[in-house]
Design a protein around this ligand. Structure first.
Ligand code: ASP
Length: 343
């Protein structure tokens, strides 16, 4: 066995031993990536701009990518103007706010929660699932029970604004995913106001730290007015999020059912492993969805990917998708969805 494979085996073995004790911890850094323009963080949609800035505080201080993505996506989770992620997310058909989130680190450790209610920061619960249980995914009441046991406050998440929107929707009660959020403008910079998001839109975030290690996070309230119990792609490892520290990471947004059917984020990472650029890999994953189901052309699905060098690319079925990038050069770059941001 060569040294590299031995080290990989050792990392996995020690991770399993720790997980069995309920305290999965990160091992030593396993990456030797060249410094270049690292660190860097990217995330989906206009609301990725303030989220990236929070992640950047961690990365620019030499912190770990895992901490950066958790801190980053907590920003839209807390934003009362954001109706597609976290606390103020629009509810399901029955008026219940149910949230999905996942997180993955440079060692392949991952954790997720699905259809969790009453917890404003599902991403942090997902991290606890990863670090303090031998499991990957907790759902519904079990996820809530675990969160409370871990000290997360139980809260009412349905805001008056979301309640009003739900009652408005009930007048027709027609479930129709919109291609993108209604309002896409984001006034970046200090004091900027995040754009309002409507029917759906997820924050997926990928970061590479100064050691060249990658992590990702993904969090959403899913499709507004969904059936109670519906789970989207975001908490499904390989669908809404995937990270392989040797290759890169990917995340997705849009109609989760289309992403799950094609194991979208895993596919993007595997395409990068075969030598595709992040943008090309995202485009091929989108085209795969459309080849298998041409009707998906009417909905939105977007992929965002970052490779091992920190190159970022994205592709989406429809116009209107955007992603935000933050590095030492610039902290609030916002890029149209079908494009590349290279080192
Ligand atoms: N992907 C999310 C879901 O299907 C929603 C979105 O990103 O628009 O739950």
């Amino acid at each position: 066995m060569d040294r590299r494979r031995f080290l990989q085996g050792a990392t996995v073995a020690s991770g399993m031993a720790l997980a069995a004790r309920g305290t999965a911890k990160a091992g030593p850094s396993v990456s030797t990536s060249p410094p270049g323009m690292l660190p860097r963080v990217c995330s989906t949609w206009d609301f990725g701009v303030p989220a990236n800035q929070a992640a950047w505080k961690v990365l620019s201080a030499g912190g770990r990518a895992l901490d950066a993505v958790e801190q980053g996506v907590r920003v839209p989770e807390a934003d009362l103007k954001n109706h597609s992620v976290g606390r103020a997310g629009y509810p399901d058909r029955d008026g219940k706010v149910t949230l999905d989130a996942s997180i993955m680190d440079e060692h392949g450790n991952c954790g997720a929660v699905a259809a969790i209610e009453h917890i404003a920061h599902p991403i942090s619960v997902a991290r606890r699932v990863m670090e303090r249980t031998p499991h990957v995914l907790l759902v519904g009441d079990g996820a809530l029970q675990f969160a409370i046991e871990q000290g997360f406050p139980r809260e009412e998440l349905l805001t008056p604004e979301s309640d009003k929107a739900w009652h408005e929707w009930l007048k027709t009660a027609k479930y129709q995913p919109q291609a993108n959020s209604e309002v896409k403008t984001y006034n970046a910079g200090p004091g900027g106001t995040p754009g309002d998001a409507s029917n759906h839109d997820t924050i997926g975030m990928l970061a590479i730290d100064a050691h060249g290690n990658l992590s990702g996070a993904c969090t959403t309230s899913g499709m507004a007015w969904k059936l109670h119990g519906r789970v989207g792609d975001s908490p499904i490892i390989g669908a809404g999020l995937y990270v392989d520290n040797e290759v890169g990471g990917a995340t997705s947004t849009g109609v989760g059912e289309e992403v799950i059917r094609n194991v979208g984020s895993f596919l993007v990472v595997e395409l990068m492993r075969q030598g595709r650029s992040p943008e090309d890999a995202c485009r091929e994953a989108v085209e795969r969805i459309l080849r298998r189901k041409p009707g998906a052309r009417d909905v939105q699905v977007g992929f965002l990917a970052m490779d091992k060098k920190g190159n970022v690319g994205a592709w989406a079925i429809q116009k209107g998708f955007s992603y935000a990038v933050c590095d030492a050069k610039k902290q609030d770059t916002l890029i149209p969805g079908k494009s590349t941001y290279a080192t």
